[in-house]
Design a protein around this ligand. Structure first.
Ligand code: 7BC
Ligand code: NI
Length: 124
């Protein structure tokens, strides 16, 4: 089974957010809760200036693809600036965080090797 989905097609999907991550909002593009997909899932996340996806870890590996802006990636205690065009591999249970200290919104895609985002257990 193959399908193509455009970012514009999620215009109608409400942004999700959580109090844990101030200034962070996200939508789901390829995700078994929304699409006839399995094995992999992908969503898009925006971090507003001053916002932060706080330090966390989870059992599945994760990939980030930075699409807009710049951010500071915390790699289990070591900071590295990431920017548009960068891709990041985060191994299982590696602690990571991402904050936006810039004036421009940071946008990135995340990918999990799971059917859906909702099955990823976030630990802190
Ligand atoms: O963007 C979100 C929303 C909570 O999650 C993906 C980023 C991550 O590191 O797990
Ligand atoms: Ni993560």
């Amino acid at each position: 089974m193959i399908f193509v989905k455009n970012f514009k097609s999620i215009k109608d999907q409400e942004w999700s957010s959580t109090k844990k991550y101030p200034g962070v909002r996200y939508k789901f593009l390829i995700d078994k809760d929304f699409t006839k997909s399995s094995g992999l899932s992908l969503g898009v996340c925006e971090i507003a200036p001053g916002g932060e996806l706080i330090l966390h870890y989870h059992a599945p590996n994760e990939i980030y693809v930075v699409n807009k802006g710049k951010g500071i990636l915390n790699k289990s205690g070591e900071d590295e600036e990431i920017k548009k065009g960068d891709v990041v591999f985060i191994s299982a249970n590696a602690k990571h965080a991402l904050r936006n200290n810039e004036k421009e919104t940071l946008e990135f895609y995340w990918i999990f090797p799971t059917d859906r985002f909702s099955e990823v257990t976030y630990l802190y």
